[in-house]
Design a protein around this ligand. Structure first.
Ligand SMILES: [Ca+2]
Ligand SMILES: [Ca+2]
Length: 163
């Protein structure tokens, strides 16, 4: 069916204004830490494009310039099509309130037969405090820029949140 001019003009204008998708549209910031963070659980959902690349989760501290990075790797084949993966990482020392400046994901490549490009469709980061309390730091359940894959060498940054 052909779109009438009354329908198509606003549609074209909307596409021009918003582009194909709004980055971080579904992102929800969690609760800033009320106690030091002992460990973090990172839960990812992969879309239609799997990866075998090395995917790192990196933490930027306010107190040091060097980020603390963790290889997200479990004994199973991680980041396969439509798969949910959960990883727990433990910083060298618990992160005190105010020292968790930011986090990001990094694709460091090296995938089997060059399978590096990755389609991440959902990300949740949960903190576990030194008292074993758990709370959400970040939740982006519908990463909408679907064809914007995370290729080898790429860094994915979340919406800015106070962590
Ligand atoms: Ca894989
Ligand atoms: Ca791939």
């Amino acid at each position: 069916m052909r779109l009438g001019p009354l329908l198509s003009v606003p549609l074209v204008l909307a596409l021009l204004v918003t582009g194909c998708c709004d980055a971080h549209e579904s992102a929800r910031c969690g609760t800033p830490a009320a106690e030091p963070i002992a460990s973090l659980t990172i839960v990812t959902v992969t879309g239609s494009d799997s990866t075998d690349a090395s995917i790192y989760f990196c933490i930027e501290h306010a107190s040091t310039l060097v980020p603390e990075c963790f290889d997200l790797d479990t004994p199973v084949d991680d980041f396969e099509q439509h798969q949910t993966d959960a990883f727990t990482v433990t910083p060298a020392t618990p992160i005190v309130a105010g020292d968790f400046r930011a986090f990001y994901l990094q694709n460091r490549g090296g995938g089997f037969l060059g399978n590096n490009d990755w389609d991440m469709v959902s990300l949740r980061v949960e903190a576990t405090g030194t008292s074993s309390a758990r709370w959400d730091l970040y939740n982006e359940p519908a990463i909408s820029c679907g064809d914007e894959q995370i290729g080898s060498g790429a860094t994915w940054r979340p919406a800015s949140c106070t962590l």
